[in-house]
Design a protein around this ligand. Structure first.
Ligand SMILES: *Cc1c(COP(=O)(O)O)cnc(C)c1O
Length: 465
């Protein structure tokens, strides 16, 4: 096919003019986490295609995807091996129910997952999004204790600033007031434990001492409430949506021992940290910790299709076994649970990790990124830089000496990402924190482009006066 023919064909698929598409979007669509009064006034970016680490919009402009299409893309866009897996499955069947039936890709994927998740996890419960995977973990933990006759265990312990998704249950274990305060009357009660946040704690001392300090704060809450608690839920190593806030080495191991000591479950939400993002397949692997329940989503399908899983131990699973009329069944399931297309591409994702030695090749890129971030410390308004593998948060502050934050209305993060977009890089902030989370497949030259553009954008927006 010549380039001209290919172009004409592509045109046929989407004959709509960019301005008409924008008009229809603004007329008919309500976007997530978006103040629509601003959206409808702004120029909007409509994506048409992607290749590797780049996205192309309907105007034909290309952008580097600096946040992996919101933290889910892994190997890049439009990857032949992954595309083929979807097409191959499509030639058999797109979907059949998982309630009362099984399907081939879901079985194969479960087996593969059990091989790579922390040792001791044995059962895979599928769903469609990270929020659901958390919702399921909460219900599972709660129902386990009900079956064990511990009816008073109805609460959860969570960390300050936690983010575990947007459904009512997952928001209940969340702690980001900015997003969640309005829903407070709808949420169930939880116990909040202070979360590690070394920059804001202004802790003087070694990493080990800080881990000790944080573990003690966590233990206080657990000691007080463990008898009415089902589980402690944590995002291991890095609280993502909280503003990319990392935990000191040793913290997740301490959380593991505390949960065991006080006989509550430990739930790890690895929706963001899973599938290589921290440099290992799972964040838990850095300290060889096995939670009782593990939640995964985002990178599970390499960013191709909605798929999530809640993975647990035989101990949890067996508490749900009984005679039909005992009603010990786990009453949860969604129409698209274990969708075969999504499972098929997830299998291909895991094969790709192995075949292309993705994690081995990631290690030098992580160092490259670390080096690229060093110069950011010199910027006048960069207060803190936090990195775990390919997850980076750059916290901007109005005053570096006092750590005074920018006010919400200054929209400092948004202004920085708008500047980056003008320079061809797509990123998304979390309040005053600039997030970098490129696809694992990003090439060194694009990694350099990412840090260069973000550096210039921060400088231009924060130092212009
Ligand atoms: C994104 C995210 C979720 C929610 O996942 P969705 O697929 O958006 O519902 C939950 N937990 C963490 C840690 C996340 O980063």
């Amino acid at each position: 096919m010549t380039v001209a023919v290919r172009k004409a064909k592509a045109k046929k698929v989407s004959p709509l003019q960019p301005d008409l598409l924008a008009q229809w979007d603004k007329e008919w669509i309500w976007h997530p986490f978006t103040q629509m009064s601003e959206w409808t006034k702004d120029d909007i970016l409509i994506i048409k295609s992607g290749k590797g680490s780049y996205l192309q919009d309907v105007q034909g402009r290309t952008y580097l995807d600096g946040v992996s299409s919101l933290w889910c893309n892994v190997h890049g866009h439009h990857i032949p091996e992954l595309d083929r897996a979807v097409k191959r499955q499509l030639s058999s069947i797109a979907h059949s129910t998982f309630l009362g039936l099984s399907n081939i890709p879901a079985i194969e994927l479960a087996k593969k997952l059990i091989e790579i998740v922390p040792r001791g996890l044995k059962r895979v419960f599928y769903s469609d999004s990270g929020s659901e995977s958390v919702e399921i973990a909460l219900k599972m933990a709660y129902q386990y204790w009900q079956h064990k006759g511990e009816k008073g265990r109805t609460k959860f312990i969570r960390l300050a600033n936690a983010y575990h998704g947007d459904t009512i249950g997952s928001v209940s274990v969340g702690g980001i007031d900015l997003f969640h305060e309005v829903y407070r009357p709808l949420l169930f009660e939880t116990f909040q434990a202070p979360a590690p946040y070394r920059y804001r704690d202004s802790f003087e001392g070694s990493e080990e001492e800080y881990a000790d300090f944080c573990a003690k704060r966590l233990e206080e809450v657990i000691r007080k409430h463990h008898s009415e608690t089902c589980a402690l839920i944590i995002e291991p190593l890095m609280q993502g949506a909280a503003g990319m806030i990392n935990q000191p080495r040793g913290y997740i191991s301490r959380a593991r021992s505390l949960a065991k000591e006080y006989n509550i479950f430990l739930i790890f939400d690895e929706v963001a940290t899973g599938f290589g993002r921290t440099g290992r397949m799972f964040a838990s692997a850095h300290e060889a910790v096995t939670p009782d329940i593990l939640c995964v989503a985002k990178g599970l399908s390499a960013g191709y299709l909605p798929l999530a899983a809640t993975i647990t131990t035989e101990e949890v699973y067996e508490a749900f076994l009984g005679r039909y009329e005992e009603l010990k069944t786990f009453f949860h399931g969604h129409t698209y649970t274990a969708n075969p297309l999504a499972c098929a591409v997830s299998i291909a994702n895991l094969e790709f990790f192995e075949k292309k030695k993705v994690l081995e090749r990631l290690a030098p890129k992580i160092d490259f990124l670390t080096n690229g971030l060093k110069s950011f410390w010199n910027l006048e308004h960069v207060g803190d830089i936090r990195q775990v593998g390919f997850m980076v948060g750059i916290e901007l502050v109005r005053n570096k000496a006092t750590k005074e934050p920018y006010e919400l209305k200054e929209k400092i993060g948004i202004r920085v990402i708008q500047e980056a977009r003008r320079k061809g890089v797509i990123i998304r902030p979390l309040g005053n924190v600039i997030v970098l989370m490129p696809p694992l497949a990003i090439e060194a030259k694009d990694l350099k482009k990412l840090t260069d553009v973000v550096y210039q954008s921060i400088k231009k927006v924060t130092e212009k006066n």
